[in-house]
Design a protein around this ligand. Structure first.
Ligand code: SF4
Length: 246
């Protein structure tokens, strides 16, 4: 089976545990204002690559991936669910650790087809990396273009299925750093049963040049980068909320 892929990184170190083959899926329904991969937005763009070709790339460097594996990221990998299932099923047969980096936006518990598909993906996923961009749905919509209901429900579903999850949150000054929202986010995370890590990331502007290249106005022009200290403070508020909920 073939998928639309934006890019493949052979030695990724920030998209899951260990050194990983990172596959950037093409296409995303969200428009996060701080997105540093706007080249992955367009659905149907990228290059068509087969799951076998990706696994061949993995096998070439298998020795380096002993503590890592394959990560599907993007873009939004769940938009190409059949291809993702094919890739991860083959990876599991080859004893490869699989990590799914998703926004969870396409999840819909009320759609039985969608539910079956997501179940099938989770059966062959070792770790889900889930970005919770904002706990407040209105503010989430202002930041990404969509509310967060599906995303929060996806987190609950992953927890129900017993699949390990790493939660990420990007701290953007004046947008996602409000203490009461961070504590609320912590309370939500605290109720999930399979969270193994919390990654609170400072907002950076490394992707700005890509917007210029694509001729798209950068939505956070003038917003300063977050310092490590500010990210640590935000993390502490989230941890406070987690403790409160337990
Ligand atoms: S979900 Fe990821 S790829 Fe999509 S717009 Fe947001 S940050 Fe960018």
């Amino acid at each position: 089976m073939k998928g639309f892929i934006s890019q493949i990184e052979s030695f990724g170190t920030v998209d899951g545990p260990g050194i990983r083959l990172v596959v950037f899926f093409q296409g995303c329904p969200l428009r996060c204002k701080y997105c540093h991969n706007p080249e992955t937005w367009k659905i149907g763009g990228g290059e068509e690559i087969s799951s076998d070709e990706i696994l061949e790339l993995y096998e070439k460097n298998r020795v380096f991936y002993s503590k890592g594996g394959i990560t599907a990221t993007g873009g939004e990998p769940l938009l190409q669910a059949d291809f993702l299932i094919d890739l991860f099923q083959k990876a599991k047969k080859a004893d490869i650790h699989t990590c799914l980096d998703t926004s969870g936006i396409v999840f819909n518990r009320n759609n039985s087809e969608n539910l079956k598909t997501i179940e099938k993906i989770l059966e062959v996923t070792d770790l889900v990396m889930l970005d919770i961009k904002h706990i407040d749905s209105q503010k989430h919509k202002a930041l990404t273009g969509s509310g967060n209901e599906n995303i929060l429900d996806f987190a609950r579903f992953v927890s129900e299925k017993g699949v390990k999850m790493m939660i990420r949150h990007v701290v953007v000054p004046g947008i996602t750093d409000e203490p009461k929202d961070l504590v609320k986010l912590g309370r939500f995370i605290g109720k999930l049963k399979t969270v193994v890590a919390l990654d609170v990331l400072p907002y950076h502007t490394l992707g700005v040049h890509k917007y210029r290249g694509l001729n798209i106005p950068y939505p956070l022009e003038g917003v300063p980068q977050t310092s490590q200290e500010e990210a640590i403070t935000a993390r502490n508020y989230i941890l406070y909320g987690i403790k409160e909920s337990r």
